[in-house]
Design a protein around this ligand. Structure first.
Ligand code: ZN
Ligand code: ZN
Length: 440
């Protein structure tokens, strides 16, 4: 039996709103999902405020919260996760940003956003444009610059040098028609001079990318074809590498992760998860869904906790493609067969989203997300289908992200009552690794 094991499935941006063209159902409710419905029927359902009610999470703060970390005190900013997840060896004191290729047009002495994702430029073209930036912008004001393209329009930027700070604002206004922003120090920056120096380098970098990309032959070609150019790189989500308490120490579970997106791999690596490599996973709609769930089911004997991340639900949401999202959810459901077998062998299965991304808006929102937990020790409630409106009536009611890990320890028979103290640290499981035997 696998009682005590957990498979933790996050469908990115799963939550949504109901649409007329789906008979007033959400994409999840509209999709035909017999496997998810089976798990919902067998287990407990509810709604989850991943951070707190009404606060839209980014995927990074969301995953930290889902894994039982405090987004208010333990979140180091997004950039480092992107860089580490892509295999970059961040050094102490380095400042990392996530970046987007964007399309801008000049208006007077400002640059106006035409598309924050450069018309979702193809990965191949973005890679070639990215390489020119990597090769040509390597130093600004004595600070070393390392830009790396990752997937689609995305990438990351690492600054290394003395006296830098991550407490600087984004250059991306998050809105079409708005100007590219000047990076400035946070009002409450601990070291204003370091933040000002960093912001100055970021602003010079952004201008330099515009100058280089605007005249790049690939962009000239795109424009001649009537397409949007990827003519600027916008850094945001500055962060600094910090040391987070390993997941295994905090929860007593040996963890592994199956994820393709650099951000999710980065979060997992920073928390000490092992990565299970699955062929042909991409973080896109063409990912190997069958492989993800097969590898999770096949490897659960070796770990206590396997996190499986699926990104493309969020991809369709950002594209405002509710029909694409619903049919992708159906594909996920078909691929869940091995997970159903794991459930039947006693593994506790959790399925949720890291935030709601309504296709209506194409951005993350503060609505709660549906959650199901099914295992040998979960209580069955009256919910028989997996969907936002059904889960509202479930036994888990309304939870926050940081409630999940204690609940999972409860459902796997690992939890220890509050107040028992056999470790110098407060733990809610038997912390054998932190015991000190008395010696005679
Ligand atoms: Zn997300
Ligand atoms: Zn998203």
């Amino acid at each position: 039996m696998n009682e005590g094991k957990i498979i933790f499935i996050v469908l990115d941006g799963l939550g949504d709103l109901a649409y007329d063209f789906f008979d007033n159902k959400t994409p999840l409710e509209y999709a035909n999902t017999p496997n998810l419905d089976y798990l919902a029927k067998k287990g407990s359902c509810g709604m989850l405020d991943v951070l707190r009610p009404g606060l839209p999470p980014g995927s990074d703060s969301a995953h930290l919260s889902l894994f039982g970390y405090d987004y208010l005190t333990e979140y180091p900013g997004r950039g480092p996760f992107e860089a580490i997840g892509y295999g970059y060896k961040l050094q102490e004191g380095n400042i990392a940003f996530r970046t987007n290729f964007a399309s801008v047009r000049r208006s007077g002495n400002q640059l106006i956003i035409v598309d924050r994702r450069a018309g979702r430029i193809s990965g191949e073209l973005a890679k070639e444009l990215g390489e020119s930036i990597t090769n040509e912008i390597t130093e600004i004001d004595g600070v070393s610059i390392q830009y790396t393209h990752t997937i689609e329009h995305r990438g990351f930027l690492v600054l290394s040098g003395d006296g830098l700070s991550h407490e600087v604002t984004d250059t991306d206004p998050h809105e079409s028609g708005a100007p590219v922003l000047k990076s400035v120090p946070w009002a409450n920056a601990k070291n204003h001079n370091a933040a000002l120096k960093t912001a100055t380098v970021v602003n010079k970098f952004v201008k330099a990318t515009y100058e280089l990309l605007e005249k790049h032959p690939i962009n000239k070609q795109l424009v001649s074809e009537g397409k949007l150019p990827a003519n600027i790189i916008l850094p945001r989500g500055a962060g600094i590498k910090t040391k987070l308490e390993p997941f295994e120490i905090r929860w007593g579970l040996k963890p592994a992760a199956i994820a393709a997106g650099p951000l999710y791999r980065g979060v997992a690596l920073e928390l000490g998860f092992e990565l299970i490599e699955v062929p042909n996973i991409t973080g896109l709609p063409n990912t190997n869904l069958d492989g993800k769930f097969e590898y999770a089911a096949r490897n659960i004997d070796k770990y206590d906790f396997i996190f499986v991340h699926v990104k493309a639900t969020d991809y369709y949401s950002h594209k405002k493609d509710a029909k694409g999202k619903a049919s992708f959810i159906e594909k996920i459901d078909k691929a869940l067969e091995p997970i159903i077998e794991s459930y039947e062998q006693g593994v506790t299965i959790l399925v949720t989203g890291d935030h709601t991304t309504p296709c209506k808006y194409g951005n993350h929102s503060g609505h709660p997300v549906p959650i199901l937990i099914a295992g040998p020790n979960t209580r069955q409630d009256s919910v028989e289908l997996f969907g936002e409106r059904y889960c509202t009536n479930g036994a888990l009611h309304r939870l926050r992200g940081h409630h999940l890990m204690p609940l999972l320890l409860t459902y796997t028979g690992r939890v220890l009552e509050y107040g028992l103290r056999s470790s110098p640290y407060e733990r809610i499981f038997i912390p054998k690794k932190e015991w000190t035997p008395l010696e005679l």
